[in-house]
Design a protein. Structure first.
Ligand SMILES: Cc1cc2nc3c(=O)[nH]c(=O)nc-3n(C[C@H](O)[C@H](O)[C@H](O)COP(=O)(O)OP(=O)(O)OC[C@H]3O[C@@H](n4cnc5c(N)ncnc54)[C@H](O)[C@@H]3O)c2cc1C
Ligand SMILES: Cc1cc2nc3c(=O)[nH]c(=O)nc-3n(C[C@H](O)[C@H](O)[C@H](O)COP(=O)(O)O)c2cc1C
Lengths: 260, 304
């Protein structure tokens, strides 16, 4: 493992805006005096000034970098609840950018496949690809119509196909179903982020279609920068890889097998 | 940094008494983009073994009230990579490197420490006889005086570097172990490593860690650590390095008063990577204001 110089900084930032973008999902914007750098797929470790509980910072994909940073937070527990309830002007400590981002497509088309809050890094990727005129197909799967944060922002920029498990909006079912059709033209790269089961399914569908697929993984982590060795994931050969420094973006085949 | 904070631990002289704890600061280099790591009193690097170790199956960590459990299993790059790849850059960065050493037998500890003896730029060795997350060695050497002394004697013979022995809070009697390693030639003693703990996901009914158990660290263990530092400081004459849940100047002062001559910051580095430097700055201000040195505080708790 090489430890290379990166762009990461420890930034003391101030909450600029907290917008509820769907029930239980907040888009958190923060002012950075020193700009937050970062590419789509990279993440930050965030912690407010809330004493010792919870003790660890929380990992979030970067939605927007620069002088105003942005992350999308889904309220699933104590840390994310605190972040969703922050107020304008609150202090927010941000370490990043961390990890390796998505590698932009060399072929003509990008297929972005999001599951729930996994939409976060893909919106960033979309917003980087649009000015470069890369054609984008955006597939967005969720449990219900209430779990599609940032849907409006995507519709404004890309062709969007929505699936929900309960059929409350879009096609009823899983996001892998329309993906099979989209990949009938295999001249594209698939980028995906979402729950593990979904990522594996997206990876397999892509590999079956002969299409390169990059997945952004999650794993519990303490440091976000390779020091705690907490975020190990087992590779097909039984060895470990680390989400924070080797990922969070991996080529699907390297995680789910089938690598040539 | 002015030298008001300079601290002597037997043969080891540190620019200040605030170190970072093994396993919570990687090899130090990871942080060199974010800060000047030469400011830190000492960097106890991730536990190093002769051969690289892959570590334990995931999940390897979970958060608990005011703390965390980890079952990393001493995943590390091994001696050769550490010395060839990391040490040159640590020397360039002018870091004060404490080599945290792990072996599965007294002989292996000795071999590793003999090799460290030839490496330029290592300030001291911290002998880890207290890791709860490995099957052989680790905590087993640290639970009683006899095996602890055996490892310490072997290491003492193998190296001229200052030897700091790191104790487990799970020792049968931590004072006995401390006396035993002092008699065996340790220059200083550091404590505490983590407590073995367990956390269960009540929905899946599975342990939250892949191997079932893990070491508890963070503010949750601080009062236990302070008590043990107090006891050990009164049982031995070698300097004591205290750690366990330190997050700020106040916490550091608590350990000095209990009897620690220096401290290490562990889990709090995850909450705030700048925390050690912030404590150093705050401690310097505090000492200037009171016109004292940190050593004036050591063991000065006033028991009723
Ligand atoms: C690289 C990376 C990028 C991430 N990006 C984002 C992001 O952009 N937006 C975002 O909202 N989250 C993201 N996460 C997940 C986020 O870090 C966790 O949801 C958060 O740490 C949970 O903290 P908590 O204190 O609220 O809950 P915890 O107490 O840590 O967990 C509460 C409960 O939620 C479960 N849980 C933990 N993580 C998740 C999860 N991701 N989804 C559902 N349940 C979970 C736990 O198992 C537990 O049962 C990312 C994680 C990683 C590693
Ligand atoms: C993730 C993690 C990894 C650790 N790895 C080591 C190690 O390799 N060697 C060691 O001696 N101690 C290790 N420790 C123990 C710490 O150095 C320290 O003794 C303990 O965490 C108590 O201090 P704290 O409460 O400030 O974290 C580790 C602790 C954590 C949290």
């Amino acid at each position: 493992m090489a430890i290379e110089h990166t762009n990461k900084k420890y930034l003391k930032t101030i909450v600029k805006n907290v917008e509820t973008v769907a029930p239980g999902y907040s888009l958190l914007s923060f002012d950075c005096e020193t700009p937050l750098l970062g590419r789509p797929g990279q993440f930050v470790m965030i912690r407010g000034a809330w004493g010792v509980n919870p003790v660890l910072p929380r990992a979030f994909s970067i939605v927007k970098a620069g002088n105003v940073g942005q992350v999308l937070v889904r309220d699933v527990g104590p840390g994310t609840a605190l972040l969703c309830n922050m107020h304008v002007g609150d202090e927010l400590n941000v370490l990043g950018p961390l990890g390796n981002g998505f590698i932009e497509p060399k072929s003509s088309r990008a297929v972005l496949v999001a599951g729930g809050v996994g939409v976060a890094p893909l919106v960033f990727l979309m917003e980087q690809l649009v000015p470069k005129r890369v054609p984008i197909t955006f597939l967005y799967g969720a449990r219900t119509a209430n779990d599609l944060p940032l849907k409006v922002r995507i519709e404004a920029s890309a062709d969007l196909i929505v699936t929900t498990e309960d059929g409350s909006v879009g096609t009823k079912g899983l996001v892998t179903q329309p993906l099979v059709d989209v990949l009938k033209d295999p001249n594209c790269v698939v980028y995906s982020c979402g729950p593990n089961a979904m990522l594996e399914a997206v990876g397999r569908v892509s590999m079956d279609a002969g299409v390169e697929c990059q997945v952004a993984l999650e794993s519990p982590m303490a440091c976000g920068m390779g020091t705690c060795k907490g975020c190990a994931v087992v590779k097909p050969d039984g060895s470990f890889t680390y989400v924070c420094t080797d990922g969070p973006v991996f080529v699907a085949a390297s995680i789910y097998g089938g690598e040539k | 940094m002015s030298n008001i904070l300079e601290t002597t631990l037997g043969p080891l002289v540190l620019k200040n008494p605030v170190m970072v704890a093994s396993g919570t600061f990687g090899y130090g280099l990871e942080y060199s983009d974010v800060m000047d790591i030469s400011v830190i009193g000492g960097i106890s690097v991730k536990g190093i073994s002769l051969a690289p170790r892959p570590g334990n199956p995931p999940p390897r960590m979970c958060e608990t009230p005011s703390g965390m459990l980890n079952s990393i299993g001493l995943a590390n790059v091994g001696f050769d990579v550490f010395v060839n790849d990391m040490m040159p850059r640590l020397r360039d960065a002018k870091a004060t490197v404490i080599a945290n050493a792990y072996g599965t037998s007294a002989d292996e500890f000795a071999e590793l420490c003999r090799k460290f003896d030839d490496v330029e730029g290592i300030a001291a060795i911290e002998v880890n006889i207290s890791c709860p997350n490995v099957k052989s060695g680790g905590i087993h050497f640290g639970v009683s005086g006899k095996p602890a002394a055996e490892v310490t004697r072997a290491v003492r013979k193998a190296t001229r570097l200052p030897v700091m022995v790191k104790l487990s809070p799970e020792a049968n009697d931590i004072k006995d172990v401390a006396r035993a390693i002092e008699d065996a030639g340790a220059d200083s003693v550091s404590l505490i490593n983590t407590f073995r703990g367990m956390s269960i996901d009540v929905n899946t009914r599975k342990p939250r860690l892949g191997v079932g158990f893990g070491g508890l660290s963070g503010p949750a263990i601080r009062p236990l650590a302070v008590r043990m530092v107090y006891e050990v400081a009164r049982a031995v004459t070698i300097p004591v390095v205290g750690m366990g849940g330190i997050t700020c100047l106040r916490d550091a002062l608590e350990f000095f008063l209990a009897g620690a001559s220096a401290i290490q910051v562990g889990t709090a580095n995850f909450s705030n990577p700048m925390v050690a430097i912030e404590i150093i700055d705050a401690l310097e201000k505090y000492c200037i204001e009171k016109n004292i040195r940190p050593s004036d505080l050591v063991g000065k708790v006033e028991m009723g």
